[in-house]
Design a protein around this ligand. Structure first.
Ligand SMILES: [Fe+2]
Length: 485
């Protein structure tokens, strides 16, 4: 392995006992390139050719208030596979806010858990006072990576090979772009949404494969909402209005307190992909962070996602004082997300629901060749009880109802694991799952590849990374041919 280190960034972060600034969530401040990575076990498959991009949250400066892990600065990590070899690099996403804080030498914005008055400058996000850190999600569209912020930010384009930040994209509306824009690999289109405190509160848009905005339409809601993800089928986009949102009375006083509005249903907007009349459907109240896939079947639109049984969990006993609420909302074993199916009947307007699995699962992926189309396999991560950390993977066969699992050894934590198709394969599920693993026992990180059809067998390859990375939220896989050269 050959290494190149970059000059250090300016940091004012002090050591603390914050639960999400230590252990697997210790911010990484170092940027480097590493070539020809060492294999720890197995061998790197020679039938994959592309990049795994991982977005992580690395707080660079001393927080002004109560740090929330979603406040961290975005760092993209890229491992590139070709001809049975792998290279790695990592870079901060140099957003306007990151650069402003580099120049100031300290934090300029408070975070999600802070009062807006703490921010020293006007901020971003539906919240309005946050740092647009682009640290939530990453996709590849029109040849470039796009890093996005869950609260709606400017949408930062990054060269997926060099990881150089190119800047906010020109088509991003004033209300920004939420995390989880959705790429349809069949058309190259990117579907996206944003949400805001002001009417109409929700917009939906489409950018074509050449990066031109072709659709942008309002989807009026009754008030500010907090959708996190969207889904699509071949002909429709699916947006949501879940009954988990800021308390309206507290919001008038500038307090952003999320609560479950128990008397309200979950609502789903089904929109023709390129715009048109919205059809609304209702279902049992819940909150859903992530959808898995959706497709059309006869008169129905089928949508799979993770239904939260306890969207408003009780504060976590034993958490550090002031963090009881945050720790509960970051713990899947508190909010209990379960694989669930909604069926929307386009003929009679009814909704049917069914639970697909009773296990606690979230952060799903699919073989993207069946994105928006009828599919059979859903891959999820397994959570570490008490923490926003993943300790394994699950594969659900939605035809047989069978689930297989691979759980990591204690102290080893994974990242979101997208599906990587094997070169030349045509069948769904013929490929690998790719993930980064941080080992708290050794203080190291590695990349692992699992055979998607036999995840229970464990990794087919373990590849050493040159440093211990911080945890984060989302990741993606892109084929080499999808990248702009
Ligand atoms: Fe997300």
């Amino acid at each position: 392995m050959k290494l190149e280190r970059l000059p250090p960034v300016v940091s004012s972060l002090k050591a603390s006992n914050h639960p999400y600034l230590n252990g697997a969530w210790t911010p990484l401040l170092e940027e480097m390139n590493a070539f020809d990575l060492d294999v720890i076990e197995g061998r790197i498959p020679d039938d994959i050719d592309g990049v795994y991009l991982r977005n992580t949250e690395n707080q660079v400066h001393q927080p002004l208030g109560r740090y929330h892990p979603f406040d961290g600065d975005a760092m993209l990590h890229r491992i590139s596979f070709r001809d049975g070899r792998a290279d790695y690099r990592n870079r901060f996403v140099r957003t306007r806010c990151f650069q402003a804080e580099q120049e100031a030498g300290g934090s300029l914005w408070g975070g999600l858990a802070d009062p807006p008055a703490l921010s020293k400058r006007p901020g971003f996000g539906a919240h309005g006072s946050l740092k647009d850190n682009a640290s939530t999600d990453v996709v590849v569209h029109a040849g470039l990576a796009l890093a996005t912020f869950y609260q709606c930010g400017e949408g930062y384009r990054v060269d997926a090979s060099s990881l150089e930040t190119l800047g906010p994209d020109c088509w991003v509306p004033l209300d920004g772009i939420s995390a989880h824009p959705k790429l349809d690999p069949a058309t190259g289109e990117l579907m996206f949404f944003n949400y805001s405190k002001h009417a109409p509160h929700l917009h939906y848009g489409v950018v074509d494969r050449d990066n031109r905005l072709t659709t942008y339409m309002p989807i009026p809601l009754a008030g500010p909402r907090l959708p996190h993800d969207m889904a699509f089928t071949e002909h429709y986009a699916i947006l949501n209005d879940m009954p988990m949102f800021w308390d309206a009375e507290l919001l008038k006083r500038g307090v952003h307190a999320v609560r479950l509005h128990k008397g309200l249903p979950s609502r789903f907007a089904i929109v023709p992909r390129h715009g048109g009349a919205v059809r609304w459907f209702e279902a049992a109240p819940t909150y859903v962070l992530h959808w898995v896939n959706a497709y059309e079947q006869g008169d129905e639109i089928v949508l799979d996602g993770y239904f939260q049984e306890e969207p408003e969990p009780k504060p976590r006993a034993g958490a550090p004082p002031g963090y009881e609420h945050m720790m509960a909302y970051l713990d899947e074993y508190s909010f209990k997300p379960k694989l669930h199916r909604w069926r929307f009947n386009m003929r009679d307007g009814t909704t049917k629901e069914e639970r697909l699995d009773d296990a606690i699962l979230e952060f799903g992926s699919i073989d993207r060749r069946v994105a928006g189309r009828r599919y059979r396999y859903a891959y999820s991560t397994l959570a570490e009880p008490g923490w926003f950390l993943f300790n394994g993977f699950a594969r659900n066969d939605l035809e047989t109802g069978l689930r297989s699992e691979y759980r990591l050894a204690p102290g080893r934590f994974a990242s979101e694991a997208p599906f990587v198709p094997r070169a030349g394969s045509r069948e769904e599920d013929d490929g690998y799952l790719v993930s980064f693993v941080t080992d708290e026992n050794t203080g190291t990180s590695e990349c692992i590849l699992l055979d998607a059809r036999r995840i229970e067998d464990g990794p087919v390859a373990r590849i050493a990374l040159p440093h211990k990375i911080c945890s984060g939220t989302h990741a993606c896989w892109a084929e080499r041919r999808e990248l702009r050269s």
